[in-house]
Design a protein around this ligand. Sequence first.
Ligand SMILES: C[S@@+](CC[C@H](N)C(=O)[O-])C[C@H]1O[C@@H](n2cnc3c(N)ncnc32)[C@H](O)[C@@H]1O
Length: 262
Amino acid sequence: MIWNEIYNCDCIEGMSRIDAGTVNLVFADPPFNIGYSYDIYHDKKDYKVYLDWSQKWFDEVWRVLKSDGTFWLAIGDEFAAELKVIATREVGFICRSWVIWYYTFGVNCKRKFTRSHVHLFHFIKDKENFTFNDTTIKIPSARQIIYNDKRANPNGRLPDDTWILRPQEINNEFTPDKDTWTINRVCGTFKEREGWHNCQMPEAVLERIIKVSSNPNDKVLDPFLGSGTTVVTAKKLNRQYSGFEISKEYFELCKKRLQKKQ
Ligand SMILES: C[S@@+](CC[C@H](N)C(=O)[O-])C[C@H]1O[C@@H](n2cnc3c(N)ncnc32)[C@H](O)[C@@H]1O
């Protein structure tokens, strides 16, 4: 298994080729089992089949991670509770944070409240020993920039576990004239949108995760590449990267996206 390469294969098969205890960070955004339309993957498995399969690939994530490694899991409401129980009670991970990534675009529900969030679980193996680079993701506090309070910590504060980009967190990507105050889903008009994978995650979400849970030159793995946001962002942040994608079509497009990224 060569790092800084991606592979067109099943993720369990792919991870079985990685030596145990060698990966620093795994980020996974698996199919949510909600009947979503993918190129070749069938996203509506029997409940038990989906849970058993999830445990199998979680086991591989546990095996490949270093003892101080981190596993971030993105998942929808339908299976968030069950997958958290499997990851913690069956596999052995410790849940550090249950983050809600809040967004407000692109979903319209009927006869229920419109879905506006995804769950992001921050799992670790060892509660005494794991990477958490707080200084790389700190934000200015309200005390600092709104109330101008002399008692404010000049180093800022850690973001909340509900990820909304607030006014004091705005960088050049999220300016008021763009009307984008949250870390939005990747909308049709966004510069970063690839347009061939409907689940493309924003680089801003991956940036925060990769910065806080890994260091430059660390190994970052994504078992479900999709459009390749994790590996593209890892490359940008000077991490080693790898990942697996079962669809040949997505894999080829993902390779092209990676090549474009310097
Ligand atoms: C939710 S998408 C990932 C989206 C990705 N986070 C992004 O930003 O584009 C899940 C992807 O997993 C792929 N997939 C499904 N089963 C797989 C498996 N067993 N091994 C590898 N990839 C798989 C699907 O084809 C799909 O592209």
